[in-house]
Design a protein around this ligand. Structure first.
Ligand SMILES: Cc1ncc(COP(=O)(O)O)c(C=O)c1O
Length: 460
């Protein structure tokens, strides 16, 4: 079967792209002489570019999004049917798909009851920050406005969410950042700040408490954390961490926000990453995997207790949450999200994620026995990182250039993988893998075989 458009058509497209498209994340100078990569078709875990080359995508659409794989006709049909019937009305009114998806989503999140729709991960997180600020104004006399975020975590691209980014390189040249955001230390045991200790998880959580006491508990409204840090290097918090974090939040009356934009909807083998750790969050945000990229949708989920705070004084015209997301009213989002969730359930993709995730980790550990450059392997479900070091003893990171060379070599072999990039000065050295939840044993082995070959080519 011919999977791609004819080269004649595509030459014209490439020229239009080169002349007019400003791509995300890219330095464009090389594109003046090289063709941009243009993907034209996808099926399952595989993509074809404009030249007809096939790739195995170990990143679910580049940024861990297409959880159920490419080419899902049933999601396309659900979106089409919805668009033909009613594409849009502002979300101040309801919709059938919006109500049905909210009920389905909430059934997977005991303790939470309400869903606020918007259309990107950044926006979903901004909603939480705005809710917390409004709660501070209305219920704490303006105090408790500060937002704590963790070193190495990322929460979005807007100035507000960048202010909550624990990745200094991402913020660089975009300052000044708005005030009221305070960083707490990371919890990557491999790079322990406290030496080799038995209770690293608890110690890393105590470091949060130290920041709270320094800032003053009555100034802090929110602690915002990724359940497993994604772009900051695939960091799974160590044992003992979450229990202590929960205790600290309760002790100082600080709301807990779990950013599930990456982990949400299956990535770790649970519906949500936080469900691996017994956490009881006040807010959960999600975006990428909610509809696997078939439509733009993000959700801010919260408890009835928080929701009630915004309707306690109906006579006051300023008491409710005065926020709107225009495209949070696009009904294609929840229509796609409902079908996405049905697929995950009916095809047993959470189980598959656990099984294939275990294989991915085992394969990477196997590789680390043959390649001294792999200093640390970590992950949860189909979400793994392999940190590359020049020296296992000193843990000196390999230069970003060499990490990128590994990625380029894998791409030349037809396998797309990623890495931390331009996020953390000197520490953009973790290979990142997030295959779709439909991955098979053959897919996983093809990914790790390609990495093995690339490591041999780049490091010998
Ligand atoms: C953990 C996390 N939160 C938030 C975001 C921002 O999501 P979006 O790009 O949809 O605004 C991202 C994006 O990569 C992310 O990884």
């Amino acid at each position: 079967m011919n999977m791609v458009q004819q080269p004649n058509d595509i030459r014209d497209i490439i020229e239009a792209d080169r002349a007019h498209v400003w791509h995300h994340l890219l330095q464009h100078k090389p594109l003046e002489t090289n063709d941009p990569r243009i993907f034209v078709e996808g099926r399952g875990m595989r993509l074809w570019d404009a030249t007809g080359r096939e790739f195995l995508d170990a990143l679910s659409g580049g940024v861990w999004t297409v959880n159920v794989g490419f080419g899902r006709v049933s999601i396309a049909n659900a979106v089409r049917d919805q668009l033909v019937k009613l594409n849009y009305f502002a979300n101040s009114a309801g919709s059938i798909a919006g109500a049905e998806f909210a009920r389905k989503l909430i059934s997977k999140m005991p303790g939470l009851t309400r869903v606020y729709y918007s259309n990107s991960g950044s926006e979903a997180n901004e909603k939480v920050f705005k809710m917390v600020r409004q709660i501070a104004h209305r219920h704490h006399g303006g105090r408790k406005y500060k937002i704590l975020y963790r070193e190495r975590d990322y929460h979005g691209t807007t100035i507000g969410t960048l202010a909550a980014a624990g990745q200094p390189q991402r913020r660089e040249q975009y300052g000044p950042m708005p005030p009221g955001f305070v960083e707490v230390p990371h919890c990557l045991e491999y790079r322990s700040q406290y030496g080799a200790i038995d209770n690293y998880g608890e110690r890393a959580a105590e470091a949060i408490e130290e920041v709270i006491l320094r800032e003053g508990p009555d100034t802090i409204g929110l602690l915002c954390l990724e359940p497993v840090t994604a772009g900051g290097g695939v960091i799974v918090p160590p044992a003992g961490y979450w229990q202590k974090v929960g205790e600290i939040c309760r002790k100082y009356d600080i709301l807990l926000h779990i950013d599930e934009v990456v982990c949400g909807v299956g990535r770790t083998g649970m519906w949500f990453g936080y469900q691996n750790f017994g956490i009881e969050p006040d807010f959960v945000t999600m975006a990428k995997g909610v509809a696997s990229g078939y439509a733009a949708i993000s959700c801010t989920a919260t408890t009835e207790k928080i929701f009630d705070l915004f309707k306690d004084d109906p006579e006051d015209p300023m008491s409710h949450f005065r926020d709107i997301s225009t495209f949070g009213g696009c009904v294609a989002g929840p229509a796609a999200a409902l079908e996405n969730m049905r697929i995950i359930e009916d095809e047993g993709l959470l189980d598959n994620t656990l099984q294939m995730g275990a294989r991915l980790i085992a394969n990477l550990e196997d590789l680390s026995e043959r390649h001294a450059v792999i200093g640390n392997v970590r992950g949860a479900g189909l979400f793994c990182g392999a940190e590359l070091v020049a020296d296992r003893q000193t843990k000196e990171p390999v230069p970003e250039k060499l990490v990128q060379a590994v990625i380029a070599n894998c791409a030349a072999q037809g396998v797309l993988i990623g890495a931390t990039n331009r996020s953390l000065h000197g520490l953009n050295n973790t290979l990142c893998l997030a295959p779709a939840l439909i991955a098979t044993e053959q897919d996983i082995d093809q990914i790790t075989d390609a990495i093995g070959t690339a490591l041999t080519t780049v490091f010998g």
